[in-house]
Ligand binder design. Structure first.
Ligand code: SF4
Length: 366
């Protein structure tokens, strides 16, 4: 296929048929595929942005148990929504989901728009999510183009993905081809089939071309050219892990010292984390663990030091409100991904029952 070429009608029809047949025989049984409820499809699509399917499944079920309808989400306090989102990361998604639910409840009589165009007008819903909801829940023939679909279409067409020169033009070509291919009768299934193919067969590395249902139309049949990834930077930081026995009369168990990030910071405002050490360079004898934590292009090498309560003031640098939190409740709070990772690796974390979540100060919206 040349750069500007399109599949002819019969080739496109053949590709749709083979892809859909494959999808109906091979699709994974995922909880958000059980019905056409626009609200639950919306929640799943937002969770699946930047988070792996295996991680999303349990969070999706718990989130819908806690907020089963758009109305229940709209009525919830933001701190409870963030707490339920904890473990998925990228909390801005949860804030935007919550805001959009409130907008729909207040201005649209609680009903999500049925078209991709109407959905795109809502805060936090971009072209991808709007197309997913409109095609899956309402049968609108619009194409969903995520990273997986881009990869499949580039390989199918022999295009080089992500070259800086002509990146926008290539994106337009990909969108045009996706729009041409989407099945007019079963657009929701077709879109899910394309995403499923990208997620399970046309993998970024080691694509399974020998079992691919559209290999007959594919120009590349293997990995395609793409630009080299930017080099990762590395940084060293340190955090204090301070645990004490509970002080309240008649109470049992242990508490961990957590600090709330100020509502005014741009990164993860209002989330709870371990207090930062004043000095990241932890003496070898005091080192509890080192955790690698990647954010964007930076690998953080995080040194965790066990700090006794009396030593906290001298060894840490306060940046926000601190609180001793019972370990049984910490899991239900809106923790940063790094703090959740550290507490989990230290075998300190238990997910709190939903009604036992520590009251928190309302974080500011971003
Ligand atoms: S034949 Fe291979 S490269 Fe082409 S779409 Fe299928 S899995 Fe991807």
């Amino acid at each position: 296929m040349g750069k500007a070429a399109r599949l002819d009608r019969s080739a496109a029809a053949e590709l749709r048929t083979r892809l859909l047949d494959w999808y109906y025989r091979n699709r994974r049984d995922l909880p958000w595929r059980r019905g056409p409820d626009p609200y639950s499809i919306w929640v799943s699509e937002i969770m699946l942005q930047q988070t792996r399917v295996a991680t999303v499944i349990d969070h999706y079920r718990a989130f819908l148990r806690r907020f089963p309808t758009l109305a229940s989400l709209a009525k919830a306090r933001e701190e409870d929504v963030l707490a339920e989102w904890s473990g998925l990361g990228y909390y801005r998604r949860a804030r935007m989901l919550h805001k959009a639910a409130q907008f729909v409840a207040d201005h649209l009589e609680g009903k999500l728009p049925a078209t991709a165009e109407g959905l795109r007008a809502l805060p936090g819903i971009g072209a991808y999510t709007a197309a997913a909801i409109a095609s899956i829940a309402h049968g609108e023939a619009v194409a969903v183009v995520d990273g997986n679909v881009e990869r499949v279409l580039c390989r199918l067409s022999g295009w080089e993905l992500g070259s800086r020169a002509g990146g926008a033009a290539l994106k337009r070509q990909i969108d045009a081809l996706a729009g041409q291919l989407v099945d007019p009768v079963r657009p929701g299934d077709f879109n899910q089939a394309m995403m499923e193919l990208g997620a399970t067969v046309c993998l970024p590395r080691n694509p399974q071309c020998l079992i691919c249902p559209i290999a007959g139309e594919c120009k590349t049949r293997g990995e395609h050219k793409k630009p080299l990834r930017p080099r990762m930077l590395s940084r060293e930081v340190g955090y204090a892990l301070s645990v004490r026995m509970r002080r309240q009369p008649g109470s049992h168990g242990r508490e961990v010292l957590l600090e709330q990030r100020p509502a005014t910071v741009t990164v993860m405002p209002g989330l709870w984390e371990l207090p930062a050490l004043a000095e990241a360079n932890v003496p070898e004898g005091e080192l509890r663990m080192t955790v690698r934590h990647a954010i964007m292009q930076v690998n953080y090498y995080v040194r965790i030091r066990t700090v006794f309560e009396d030593d906290v003031p001298a060894l840490t640098a306060p940046a926000g409100e601190r609180r001793w939190v019972p370990l049984a409740e910490a899991g239900g709070m809106a923790l940063t991904g790094l703090t959740r990772k550290v507490l989990t690796r230290a075998h300190l974390l238990a997910r709190a029952p939903l009604d036992a979540i520590t009251p928190q100060r309302e974080p500011e919206m971003v």
